[in-house]
Design a protein around this ligand. Sequence first.
Ligand code: DGJ
Length: 730
Amino acid sequence: MSIQYDQSTRTYHLQSRNVSYVMQVVKDGYLAHLYWGRKIRGTAIPDMMPKSYRPSFNPNPFPEDETFSLDTLPQEYPGYGTSDFRSPAYQVRLANGTSVTEFKVVSHRIVAGKPALEGLPSVYAESEQEAETLEVVLEDEAAKLRLIAGYTVFRDSDAIARNVRIENFGEATVRVQRLLSASVDLPHANYEAVHLWGTWARERHVARRALMPGVQAIESRRGSSSHMHNPFYALVTPSTTEDSGEVYAMNLVYSGNFLAQAEVDQFSSTRLSIGLNPFDFEWQLGGGESFQSPEAILVFSGEGLGAMSRTFHKLYRTRLCRGTFRDKERPILINNWEATYFDFDSEKLMKIVRAAKELGLELFVLDDGWFGKRNDDKRSLGDWFVNTDKLPEGLDGLAARVNAEGLSFGLWVEPEMISPDSDLYRAHPDWCLHVPDHRRTLARTQLILDFSRQDVRDYIVERLTDIFSSAPLTYVKWDMNRNMTEIGSAQLPPERQRETAHRYMLGLYEVMEKITSRFPNILFESCSGGGGRFDAGMLHYMPQTWTSDDTDAIERLKIQYGTSLVYPISSMGSHVSEVPNHQVHRVTSLTTRGHVAMSGNFGYELDLSKMSAEEKAEVARQVQEYKELRGLVQQGDFYRLLSPFEGNETAWQFVSEDRSEAYAIFVRTLAVPNEPLARLRLKGLDPEKNYELKGTGRVYGGDELMYVGLPVPKIEGDFGSLAFYFSEAK
Ligand code: DGJ
């Protein structure tokens, strides 16, 4: 890892183990992008910018050099208004009403380590030796504005972290209307875009399509990163597969409105960018003030999508997630939501707990419905006081009973919400997001607390602190069940209303920072109707996320496969639920449900007490197996073998860091008559090692498993699955 600045060519060369990223200061201070890709030594790169005469429709700030135009120069942080007509990375409305600005490099500094981003989630370095950061300072002297573009490279990762801060060193207030986190101009347009899309219960399906001329974008305007699009966008060369080909990926460490786009211009070069969504956004920046963009993580892989994912996984697992549970094995849980919904009392819950104990589970999670008058989803959010009709012994009494059975106790909350039918709303009707004279649109009969307000945040922190201190909790599920509408705050003046959505996120991050540091021994899992806020921002505070409200094993193949493009396995909650499945009414075997759920943070979400003896025996076996495997699943390297988006078969695999253990799952969705002979080729093993397939005594060479492929035994019926657990043969 290193960051070199060559004064003679004014070139910055960022290098990690396998990747180079090169920028150059050109003319009187423009920051040009020279290269991002496989590591190079940097012999002649400063002279390798192609040049060509440009017609007058590409205006030229330097008449003496007809090869130069900002409209064609590959740039690092482009603006609009002075001759680049492509999508800008930033836009600021000045006090004079115009938004013409032009930033030139004035200085830089290179520091050891990685400075934190104030008030925002980010990846971090644990020591100064682990990372190096370049801060390039650009100024528009006339506008009295400064941009500080931050770039961090890591010793142990091929990711690059980027962010931008804007400072107003003048006196007049300006309005920041766009401040993306990263923009890169790539030299051609022969790419396909890969991103993740979907809806509630069908999140993060993989989309892949060839780039076309013009802008192609994904975004969220929903106030959260959303079920519909994930803040991840990658460009891949057309032949790119899991194991080969070039990938340029960006992921935003942010949980609110975002924009990610690729613009193919007139000369078929491509501008890839990501950041806060400029839509409905504006930030007043007074004299002496600064505004910080969220962080973007850039990953280049020359070895396909699999290597890209493993770079994201390792960085996020070890240097985005924090706290006691970052490196700890996660407990096997039983959650009562699909078992009881709102219809429970302590006796009913204890039946489930006792069954869970018998089967070896470790944590009982009490989901929605334990507080206020919450017997359905129409009321009481905000009234965070235990419902003693349902739980006469209180939370502490119930936790004590659960603990006495040998399980730890976890709780669901939805702290960002308020029901109109709640004591909190009756006392503070202005505490929700709303705008004057307009309807307050309900979703799931609830409104959103205005987390841009300090008084609201303080109240929630106090209530949560009370609840979380009132019982021996070891786990909290933090839910959020609607998108934002009427985004306005009673406390902000008119000219600041368009700051509300981002201020909300900053407020949420402040609350989560306070609560998670106040309760370091609680494992937090975020949730937003499943995966409506499955993003790197949330993972900075809460190391795992409820992947989807869809618990059907076959639906989960696509959801978990897509999620794995970016997010580590240790971040994905996945549970075995009842059949027929509550979301799609499909019937799958307990074995298949187990295999798919064991490919994440494992748990159950059904009434264990109602299972047959045979089913219970299978659950006990799964629990035992997962206890042996979870280190490998949660901390191992992940390889995708067969894609559910491409065929009838899905397979993936976990390999331990020392390559002594591997675990593979194979699922055939529909039965095939007179099926072809199938071999499953594994990945990531040591070709020199021999591996024993558990339960068979058979030993295979790592080379054979990877290059020949394991013969797949016959699977009977639809939705069948197999698991293969290998350990190094002694
Ligand atoms: C949505 C979550 O995704 C579910 O798992 C469950 O917690 C419900 N909310 C409870 O209301």
